[in-house]
Design a binder for this molecule. Structure first.
Ligand SMILES: [Zn+2]
Length: 429
């Protein structure tokens, strides 16, 4: 493919994601916030954005920037078959996770992570953050594999890695050694902070983690308040710790599910505190809806979930992630960001035709992941696009649509991706 030639595509583009030059008149916008545009690219960058003159020839595609997966677990993906959690309970998931962890090897993690990356790529993902179980015998192999893959996949997917350990681990000597290693390869510090809580001990553990993060300059991404009890107790403790120590790195709170159970006044005050301390949130509606609030013999109508809209109203940056895929924590999913948007529509009542319904999948997720490109389409932005065979949001979300993926101005060859032919991803055009 000649990179010096300019290529064009006519498509529907979300008005909120496109920046038009001042000399271009405002395009027509549908009730779903889409406008018909002619997008050009050259040498890997967007080179022109124009109106479509012929309104009879409306496009049949919906164009998006390549999307993001801000929260995944590549080391355990696709382990459901051997470790099914048929009752769908949180504690069973944890038990099975630990059993499966004992069997993890270099090659099993490589196989899973590769499958996940191929799926994510063909579904239109450009950056993915994965938590990595990081204590115990197989954790070394997991890091080795994932760091290798991060290098191999650099041109296709920006892979971010978070060391996932119990919170108290960061207070140990081994925790410090892990921190130094993670920092040396540009990773993030993670942890699980959920009931049962442990009062003053928790505070000193949080302070220790914050100090380590400051010392090594590593961002933090915690699994916090993934629970139906003690609403937001973990977040409250985090705020308490942040009042004692100034933090100089980004902090993200994944899940934050039980916060949704707070009475509205307390919820609003906590959201304001999170904004003041610059804490970001990743809501994970799928695993929360599946695992939390279960009753043995009754369908629960109370499903803890991060209060996305209240957080946004307080100015907190919120992204939505997929979390687990076909493992003991969640039986389905396949690293498809469009399917995630479709699920989030009824579960989280997020609609992509609203600005704050689309941001958690696009600009907010990019900001929270610290990416260079926020995903808005303007002259000079990367020609990294996802083109869906759909002429409306409803058409795109009703069933997973066919799609084409443009990476740095080149179309990916779907057949090569299907055969996991890493050396021949490009079409010949
Ligand atoms: Zn997770």
């Amino acid at each position: 493919m000649d990179q010096k030639r300019e290529f064009f595509l006519k498509a529907w583009v979300p008005r909120g994601l496109v920046c038009l030059a001042e000399n271009i008149e405002e395009p027509r916008v549908t009730s779903e916030g889409l406008c018909p545009l002619k997008i050009g690219w050259e040498a890997g960058r967007i080179s022109s954005i124009g109106l479509i003159d012929d309104l009879e020839a409306f496009p049949s595609n919906l164009l998006l920037p390549r999307l993001l997966e801000p929260h995944a677990h590549l080391d355990k993906a696709f382990t459901w078959r051997k470790f099914p959690n048929l009752l769908g309970r949180y504690n069973n998931a944890l038990e099975l996770n630990l059993k499966e962890f004992q069997t993890r090897t270099f090659s099993s993690v490589r196989e899973r992570a590769k499958n996940a990356l191929f799926l994510a790529l063909r579904h239109g993902v450009r950056a993915l953050r994965s938590h990595v179980d990081s204590i115990g015998p197989s954790s070394e192999a997991s890091w080795e594999v994932l760091l290798d893959l991060r290098k191999e996949w650099k041109s296709f997917i920006d892979l971010q890695l978070v060391a996932l350990v119990p919170l108290e681990y960061w207070s140990t000597r081994q925790g410090e050694i892990l921190a130094a290693r993670v920092a040396s390869c540009g990773g993030l510090f993670g942890g699980v902070f959920a009931p049962p809580f442990n009062g003053n001990n928790d505070n000193s553990r949080l302070i220790k983690l914050l100090k380590l993060a400051n010392k090594f300059g590593c961002a933090i991404d915690l699994h916090i308040d993934e629970s139906q009890i003690n609403p937001a107790a973990g977040l409250q403790q985090l705020i308490h710790a942040l009042k004692q120590l100034k933090i100089t790195v980004p902090i993200t709170c994944s899940h934050s599910s039980s916060m949704g159970l707070l009475p509205s006044n307390r919820l609003r005050r906590l959201a304001e505190q999170l904004e003041i301390y610059g804490v970001n949130v990743i809501a994970l509606p799928l695993t929360n809806a599946w695992l939390l609030g279960r009753n043995a013999r009754a369908t629960s109508c109370k499903r803890p979930l991060a209060p996305i809209q209240q957080l946004q109203q307080a100015g907190v940056t919120v992204a939505v992630g997929g979390d687990n895929v076909q493992d003991p924590w969640f039986p389905i999913g396949n690293f498809d960001p469009i399917a995630l948007m479709a699920y989030a529509l009824p579960i989280a009542q997020l609609a992509p035709w609203q600005r704050l319904g689309l941001a958690p999948f696009t600009t907010s997720a990019a900001y929270l992941m610290g990416l260079d490109w926020d995903g808005t389409i303007k002259l000079g932005s990367p020609a990294d696009l996802l083109v869906l065979e759909a002429d409306s949001w409803v058409g795109a979300l009703a069933a997973p649509p066919s799609r084409k993926v443009l990476v740095a101005g080149r179309w990916l060859d779907d057949t090569s991706i299907s055969h996991q032919n890493f050396n021949n991803f490009w079409t010949n055009e």
